[in-house]
Design a protein around this ligand. Structure first.
Ligand code: C2E
Ligand code: MG
Ligand code: MG
Length: 265
């Protein structure tokens, strides 16, 4: 959405207090096991519910937060929301992993390691129920501390995922250098038209498999795309075809009603 300079300035004034006022919330998008069709994980996707402007997308306010030095504040709020949800599902008898997006800027210091360790301890949450998704939209090379911080995080036992793999910035060398356990294949690859040169998806899958990584295909919008990632033996699928990002309350209902992928798919 294009905003006037005045709107923009207002958002910049309001963002520092947004998390404290409870305006940063999460929608959860389920991830399905492609082997069983069951929901096995959910990605927490942030939204800013602004009292005047309404719902603001993360593509708009996350870059703003990073520019204003608020990446940790928003990031901590999302870690809390994600861990609370995983804990709540566990209490209800559902072992659902929660994936939280982490900005590279949050990896500049070890503070995030303490934050995650404390959350896991306070909530008695098993670390394997938490996945941290890291996007390479900021080149990792620009944040030299990131690899060490990620190593400390992975030593806590949480899963580390490389988000948007195959998109513009991501480089294979960087993935190799990281303690990542999951590759999340970018929707551009998942949605690539099938034809003579539609090999990128297969190559990405092969790359992850060779390293023993869990493979998640995101942005699945059609039955053909679902069949394709299943045929390539991806582990998990996420996308509008299967489910849109939804409120936690709606996902609670889906879990109780065992919302598997339709047999027709
Ligand atoms: P992402 O982590 O790659 O998340 C997937 C995005 O693709 C989400 O957009 C989701 O709604 C959308 N999506 C899911 N399935 C489909 C599909 O089938 N087709 C299409 N066209 N899109 C699909 P969303 O929620 O707008 O988030 C955009 C990006 O903002 C995320 O991309 C992530 O990089 C970032 N983001 C979201 N929440 C956070 C957060 O809490 N912290 C940080 N640092 N970044 C976040
Ligand atoms: Mg993500
Ligand atoms: Mg992604």
């Amino acid at each position: 959405m294009v905003r006037s300079g005045e709107h923009y300035a207002q958002l910049e004034r309001d963002l520092p207090g947004a998390a404290g006022r409870g305006e940063i919330v999460a929608l959860f998008q389920p991830q399905y096991s492609l082997a069983t069709g069951a929901i096995v994980a959910a990605e927490a996707l942030s939204r800013w519910i602004h009292p005047h402007f309404g719902v603001i997308s993360p593509s708009e306010f996350i870059p703003m937060a990073e520019r204003l030095g608020l990446a940790d504040r928003i990031g901590d709020a999302m870690l809390r929301i994600g861990c609370d949800a995983a804990r709540d599902w566990q209490k209800r008898g559902h072992e659902i992993e929660v994936a939280v997006n982490v900005s590279i800027l949050q990896l500049r210091s070890r503070k995030i390691v303490d934050t995650v360790a404390r959350l896991l301890k306070d909530l008695s949450l098993s670390p394997r129920l938490l996945t941290l998704e890291v996007t390479e939209s900021t080149p990792l090379a620009n944040v030299p501390e990131a690899a060490d911080t990620l190593r400390d995080l992975s030593e806590l036992g949480v899963n580390i995922s490389v988000d948007d793999f195959g998109a513009a910035y991501s480089s294979r060398e960087q993935v190799i250098a990281l303690p990542a356990t999951e590759l999340k294949i970018d929707q551009a690859l998942v949605q690539e038209p099938v034809g003579d040169d539609s090999e990128e998806l297969a190559r990405a899958v092969e790359f992850g498999k060779a390293r023993g990584m869990r493979l998640v295909a995101e942005g699945i919008e059609t039955v053909e795309q679902l069949e394709r990632v299943r045929a390539l033996d991806c582990d998990r699928g996420q996308g509008f075809l299967l489910s849109r990002p939804t409120t936690k309350a709606d996902l609670d209902v889906m879990l109780v009603s065992d919302g598997r992928i339709d047999q027709d798919h």
